[in-house]
Design a binder for this molecule. Sequence first.
Ligand code: TPP
Ligand code: DXP
Ligand code: MG
Length: 636
Amino acid sequence: MHISDMTHPNQLHGLSLRQLEDVARQIREKHLQTVAAIGGHLGPGLGVVELTVALYQTLDLDRDKVIWDVGHQAYPHKILTGRYHRFHTLRQKKGVAGYLKRCESQFDHFGAGHASTSISAALGMALARDSQGEDYKVVAIIGDGALTGGMALEAINHAGHLPHTNLMVVLNDNEMSISPNVGAISRYLNKVRLSDPVQFLSDNLEEQFKHLPFFGEAFNPEMERLKEGMKRLAVPKVGAVIEELGFKYFGPIDGHNLQELIATFKQAHKATGPVFVHVATVKGKGYELAEKDQVGYHAQSPFNLATGKAIPSNTPKPPSYSKVFAHTLTTLAQNNPKIIGITAAMATGTGLDKLQAKLPKQYIDVGIAEQHGVTLAAGLACEGMRPVVAIYSTFLQRAYDQVLHDVCIQNLPVFFCLDRAGIVGADGPTHQGMYDIAYLRCIPNMAIMAPKDEAELQRMIVTGINHTDGPIAMRYPRGNGIGVPLMEEGWEPLPIGKGEILRNGDDLLLVAYGSMVNTALQVAEVLREHSVEATVINARFVKPLDTELILPLAQRIGKVVTLEEGCLMGGFGSAVAEALMDNNVLVPLKRFGVGDHLVDHATPNESKSDLGLTSPQITEQILKTFFSVKQSSVVS
Ligand SMILES: Cc1ncc(C[n+]2csc(CCOP(=O)(O)OP(=O)(O)O)c2C)c(N)n1
Ligand SMILES: CC(=O)[C@@H](O)[C@H](O)COP(=O)(O)O
Ligand SMILES: [Mg+2]
């Protein structure tokens, strides 16, 4: 069977073990070739090739449901479910998504992207099945990293309390999150991984019993109860925690041994109630470089398969915002032991691994536990520490009540550094940093700022560290800075709530925020060619907004445009609009940002173009709206 002919996972049924092993080999090859060519998540999917083939061989995916946690590891799933021929479009505009999407395939039973949701969704489907008198299997596949997320534990708590609800949870335990996994649960699982399979020991004891005369042959309920009790006592307490939580535990099993996987899944399918199958895998399995550097090969840009090296880009690029953030914070932390950097399993993505390396005592990785991380920071702030929560804009959504309830209501000095704020590109709608301006701006006590470039980022970090009157949040985009000179130290803090005028002009007021300030300057230059002179303001803060600067200029110039890389509803433009209206400055205003719709996976430039957020598009819209200049007369 060639996987290019596979359109339905049920085609795995009836294949011999050798044929299944060949299918696994082909999938691994396709996964490797594709990710090397176009980039994406490499290690996670390599680790679940056999798990996917074995599980799907024991399911009927015309009826049964499979829910992958996160979904970054589900490339084998995509290859087996009819997307082989489109797989080369992975994470590209209008191509195959990087995570599961219900609208993409009948076999993507639940979408994700954010971790720790699979067991909740699976339990919901199982309860729906039972209430409708249906009879199909529901299986959640969750990684050991995702299992550190509170939602997963909430779902286990619920499922374990429903002894008659058939649900399988498959733990893909590779001892890794993006970085090495953290926490007591991970430690326990690692200990269990090293034990003999519970099932094997239990069956082995059963065999021994048969040779003991007093147990006899005839079925005797009393004796059965005695045997079960002795087995429970004799079998080491591996998996005991899981069993005590109401799950029947199977494992740990070798996640790359198809025969063992298939036998265990078949046995586990026979069990009733909640079932937990613990599968020990190797992240990056089958590609030596990824097995050796499991952090570095979690995700890759296009790379040379033979050397493992990223394909070099032709033009040298400025440092990334994350890199500048990490360097600046680490430098400040060296002189301030109260600074504690907190990440929720995103040490490499945020750059906090640099702080960890230099000042491990001032670094905390809470695992995929954003809610815990924020309230942990609140506790640290209560006791005079200077907690800095480095977190992607999209992942802070997971801890919204903790920001509001535990930090802002108590007006605690927590510094939130929101990376990946704005359009992120290939990760698509689940990862866009689209909403942080809106979701934070409405919370009392929160100050909110965004730098125009990587040099101002450094000044804002000092500003945030020094701001101890209450909580403060700073957002910055994914990717490289714009290439301005950076200072090694001695960064000057900024006055809270104050913007700056970057350019003067009497015909239009351009008020820009964060990553769109550079765009505003580009727009102003092109407008000049149409004899339109614009004033450009770098707002720096959306809360408090610098109304002393903005309102008089708006009143005098009489035409206002706002620019932000975020949702328009409740965003920066809304803040300016509210300030104009509340102060009776009734002038024409046009806001540029992201409308009330999701932003799908594409390159950031493709998304900006689709959203009308490129400089030429904004210029054209301004000329048309305010200066009745015809379309497409704009020099691009
Ligand atoms: C709520 C949330 N926080 C952080 C992330 C970023 N993230 C993506 S995959 C990953 C690690 C997941 O580890 P695990 O579940 O063990 O899967 P593995 O990569 O090991 O296959 C993290 C932290 C996320 N997707 N969702
Ligand atoms: C699957 C997941 O959520 C992370 O791996 C995410 O894709 C990282 O995003 P960046 O590539 O922007 O760090
Ligand atoms: Mg893992």
